[in-house]
Design a protein around this ligand. Structure first.
Ligand code: G3P
Length: 225
């Protein structure tokens, strides 16, 4: 399972890379807009930092021809490890077919239904991105939609994998990891909650306090008798 950071803030990305086993970065137009900076300046900075890891960048044109032109520029400027996020809508499917012909890597994004994801996979998408929490917010079960999409892909012999996206809590992420999806992309806020919590911190602090009561403060296994 690959773990991506769903963010465009370079300091958040640096921090998470320092502590966690991360495989790449996914961005979207909303995340780029939050930086308030020129999109390619931000993306080049991310690319320089993550090296050859995968970077996901979304096309914003309303029509297929525009999306294809954007895709060509994105790959030219940011390298072949950059995958183009194409919305899974009719103009997007048309763009995907052309990108497939040109050998440009892409993912089907903004996936709310199994059929959207299935069609994107059939167009040749390397990943498809079900928006788990947004599906939940519509009154459906986002995790279940993601798993049904995984089944639809597998049962039809397609090569796509999931990059499950749009999470609000650890439980949603954990359920998909447990089922072995190809990848998940997680915001820094949700990242912080994945492996932490007050009880865990308290347990680790208690070990340190007990050791200090034996050896004195600041003494560790490196310098104790
Ligand atoms: O990257 C796209 C996806 O993760 C959207 O997430 O948090 O805006 O629902 P969110």
């Amino acid at each position: 399972m690959n773990l991506f950071i769903d963010n465009a803030d370079i300091s958040a990305i640096r921090h998470i890379y320092e502590y966690y086993p991360v495989d790449g970065v996914s961005t979207n137009p909303t995340l780029l807009s939050r930086t308030g900076r020129a999109p390619f300046a931000v993306l080049r900075e991310i690319r320089d930092f993550i090296g050859a890891d995968e970077l996901f960048v979304q096309a914003v044109s309303p029509d297929a021809a525009g999306m294809v032109r954007e895709a060509r520029r994105i790959v030219r400027e940011l390298g072949e490890e950059t995958l183009i996020k194409i919305p899974a809508v009719p103009e997007g499917y048309k763009a995907m077919k052309e990108l497939e012909r040109e050998g440009i890597r892409f993912i089907g994004t903004a996936v709310y239904t199994v059929m959207q994801g299935f069609i994107a996979a059939k167009c040749g998408a390397e990943y498809v991105a079900p928006y788990v929490n947004r599906i939940d917010s519509m009154g459906f079960d986002g995790v279940q939609v993601a798993l049904d999409l995984q089944d639809a892909i597998d049962n039809n012999g397609l090569d796509s994998g999931l990059i499950a996206a749009s999470f609000r809590n650890t439980q949603q992420v954990m359920e998909l990891i447990r089922c072995g999806v190809k990848s998940v992309t997680v915001s820094p806020e949700v990242f912080a909650g994945l492996t932490g919590g007050a009880m865990i911190d308290a347990a680790v602090e208690k070990f340190s306090a007990d050791f200090a009561s034996l050896t004195g403060k600041g003494v560790t296994m490196e310098n104790c008798d």
